[in-house]
Ligand binder design. Structure first.
Ligand SMILES: NC(=O)c1ccc[n+]([C@@H]2O[C@H](COP(=O)([O-])OP(=O)(O)OC[C@H]3O[C@@H](n4cnc5c(N)ncnc54)[C@H](OP(=O)(O)O)[C@@H]3O)[C@@H](O)[C@H]2O)c1
Length: 274
């Protein structure tokens, strides 16, 4: 049976790879593609018109998450999973130079948007209150009610930076650590939804290019040398390596994986590796 999956950060890199995997499996699936850059999303829609729905915008606008869920349900009639894969490096530099505004902006994109996908945007507690004088005309509850019904899966694109104190890279790692905790808590609270955080490894995408080229001075010198060295030695992973594992997981991850933070090539994911 065809499933309907939301993929964020679908315009390039790991997210585009996961999207193409889901659209071209022997049993092709439907994908709601989300990102700010419209052209690659439109190209997917042109190539797979019946399977793709485009939701274009900045996920710092938390209402976009509800729009993506609504698009899945109104176009395809159901929601079976989400790959919450979008992410930015945010401010790169030691905590000594941290800007609270930039940290807040990084957390909005990388983390608070995850809450919006699961629970919707706004003060739902007040809205749900039965004795509210003016009950809401439109419920904003995003994905969880649908995923409970379909026994859906949420795959989070995390990072090794979540569990290592890299110098000059604290904001990014903190957002991914928060992501892992969110997935773990969701797993504890939502027995009908499977939530897994995946560490994709060092992958040959625009994010790695940014680390090498845009952060030569803002990154700690040892960290920068690590990123340039891996690239020079041809050791970056191809997007298909973690991408196909993550595509398989959003379709078929088992309950035993829920709440875990695993590397894409962990033995425990052997059944999902090519
Ligand atoms: N590459 C690696 O080595 C590596 C390692 C560990 C974890 N990761 C994680 O992998 C995920 C995918 O990154 P990538 O490596 O594929 O890098 P990428 O090519 O830079 O892709 C990032 C994706 O996120 C989207 N995005 C960023 N900010 C957004 C916003 N405000 N609103 C909506 N979409 C936004 C981008 O789309 P638009 O710019 O079009 O909006 C793009 O599609 C990220 O979560 C990253 O942290 C990557």
């Amino acid at each position: 049976m065809s499933k309907t999956i939301i993929v964020t950060g679908a315009s390039r890199g790991i997210g585009l790879c996961i999207t193409e995997y889901l659209l071209t499996t022997p049993q092709p699936h439907n994908v709601v593609v989300v990102a700010r850059t419209l052209a690659p999303l439109q190209a997917l829609k042109e190539k797979y018109p019946k399977q793709v729905e485009v939701v274009n915008g900045d996920l710092a606008d938390f209402s976009l998450a509800q729009k993506a869920v609504d698009a899945a349900v109104s176009t395809f009639g159901r929601l079976d999973g989400m790959v919450l894969n979008h992410g930015v490096l945010g401010q790169v530099g030691k905590i000594d130079v941290a800007s609270t505004d930039e940290w807040k902006a990084g957390f909005d994109v990388n983390f608070i948007s995850l809450v919006a996908f699961d629970r919707g945007h706004g003060n739902n507690h007040k809205r749900d209150s039965p004795d509210q004088a003016n009950p809401p005309t439109k419920q904003t509850k995003a994905a969880l009610p649908h995923l409970r019904t379909t026994h859906g899966k949420i795959i989070f694109t995390s990072s090794g930076a979540a569990v290592t104190g890299y110098r000059g890279w604290a904001l990014y790692g903190a957002t991914k650590a928060a992501m892992n905790h969110f997935a773990m808590s969701l797993a504890a609270e939502e027995p009908d939804v499977i939530s897994v955080s995946i560490r994709p490894g060092m992958v040959d995408t625009n994010m790695q290019r940014e680390l090498r080229e845009d952060h030569a001075t803002s990154l700690d010198a040892e960290m920068h040398a690590k990123f340039t060295g891996v690239h020079k030695d041809g050791k970056l992973l191809r997007v298909e390596q973690p991408g196909h594992v993550m595509g398989k997981l959003v379709l078929d991850a088992s309950a035993g994986l829920s709440g875990k933070f695993l590397s894409w090539n962990d033995q425990e994911l052997g059944a999902f590796q090519e």
